[in-house]
Write a protein that binds this ligand. Structure first.
Ligand code: SF4
Ligand code: SF4
Length: 381
């Protein structure tokens, strides 16, 4: 049964969120310009000023109950127009990191986001562990051809793949359930009929596979939308290749270069490299306001993902150019990077945002059906 959300003020809330970003909402004088220019703020989901106000007042439970930080697509329009330089877009990004630490029950997210050292140690340990496993359990090294499945015994790799996937799925599903609890279940109001859950469920695949909200960005909407969509589809294809089609791509067989499995690999690598180039270039050159500050976890995620894509491309290249040692060594590095990427990023850091962003519009709809929307503002500010 839903209970009234307690409105106890947490005096450290703003400081806690601020640790995860570089915005300055103390400069905010609540003019509402950010909300009025935000292309995605609408109806019962009005932001970012409302969320900033919650943070300034220490209303932790209100922020936990808000799907809005996940509805913001970080276009930077609000920051560009803020008369006080408070960087509301950066604030929304930092709030997403803070929420990620709140959904995660293990405390790992908090450590990753809170300390660069913890992040490096976590990644280092996972890379080392995967490297040792590859060293101890690799199969015969065939040098007359490139035999990936003989070098990395497919049964062992598949077993490890499914075990890791199972454990990570449990963590991620628990986190998504906690998001649902905070944003829907705990909100007081009318009971939501089961039919409403079913009727709205299509929002999930539509959001995931189209990323249509990004097309609302005022600045170069097609470029932003396509870059974001490329990353999402690239992640999805990488996931399908690594989990469901592992024995097809990590194989001793040489497929024709234009076979479906090869085309899928080209598409995954191409989409990922294209989708990552925009945010990496933007962060390096600080081309736009929203790229001026990057948390270390942003860099780590983008670089790990890029390195994973590039080592994957290199393995295939070495295989088809008949360079066995180069292919095996690169494949071992690829497995080490994939392990760190999946274990840390899927349930605890940036990759989990993909799930929260996908569920946010669904939970926002369900929350609205409660009949007591949390919205504390209007589009006009
Ligand atoms: S635009 Fe938004 S963040 Fe900037 S001062 Fe106005 S209300 Fe505050
Ligand atoms: S970054 Fe863009 S989507 Fe996010 S709050 Fe600002 S204007 Fe809205």
């Amino acid at each position: 049964m839903a209970t009234e959300t307690p409105h106890v003020s947490n005096p450290h809330l703003l400081r806690d969120i601020q640790k995860l970003g570089a915005f300055d909402v103390s400069a905010c004088f609540s003019c509402g310009t950010c909300t009025s220019v935000c292309p995605l703020s609408d109806g019962t989901t009005v932001f970012p000023r409302k969320i900033i106000t919650y943070a300034q007042l220490g209303l932790e439970e209100k922020i936990l109950a808000s799907p809005e930080p996940w509805l913001c697509y970080y276009c930077g329009e609000c920051t560009d127009n803020c008369p006080r330089g408070a960087d509301p877009a950066g604030f929304m990004m930092a709030t997403r990191r803070w929420l990620t630490t709140k959904y995660d029950v293990t405390g790992i997210s908090k450590r990753l986001y809170g300390s660069k050292l913890a992040e490096w140690i976590g990644i280092g340990l996972l890379v080392l562990l995967a490297g040792l496993l590859a060293f101890w359990y690799h199969g015969p090294i065939v040098t007359s051809t490139v035999a990936l499945s003989t070098f990395a015994p497919i049964q062992l790799v598949e077993l490890a793949d499914w075990v890791v996937l199972g454990v990570l799925s449990v963590f991620l599903l628990v986190n998504v359930f906690r998001m649902y609890y905070y944003t829907v279940l705990r909100i007081p109001g009318k009971r939501i009929p089961f039919s409403a859950y079913v009727k709205n469920v299509l929002i999930l695949p539509i959001t995931f596979f189209t990323q249509y909200k990004f097309a609302s960005c005022k600045k170069d909407p097609k470029k932003h939308w396509f870059s974001h969509l490329s990353r999402y589809l690239g992640y999805a294809m990488l996931f399908v290749l690594a989990v469901f089609l592992l024995s097809e791509w990590q194989t001793d067989t040489y497929y024709p270069l234009w076979s479906p499995i090869m085309l899928l690999q080209y598409a995954a690598a191409g989409l990922l490299i294209y989708g990552l180039s925009g945010p990496l270039y933007g962060r390096l050159k600080k081309t736009e306001n929203q790229y001026k500050y990057s948390h270390s976890t942003d860099w780590m995620f983008l670089l790990l993902l890029l390195a994973t894509a590039l080592t994957g491309v290199a393995v295939v290249t070495f295989k088809y150019t008949y360079l066995p040692w180069a292919a095996y060594i690169t494949y071992a590095f690829h497995l080490m990077l994939v392990t760190a990427l999946l274990v840390l990023e899927v349930p605890f850091a940036k990759w989990s945002h993909m799930a929260y962003r996908t569920f946010a519009p669904y939970f926002a709809k369900l929350q609205a059906l409660r009949g007591t929307p949390l919205a504390g503002g209007s589009k006009s500010g």
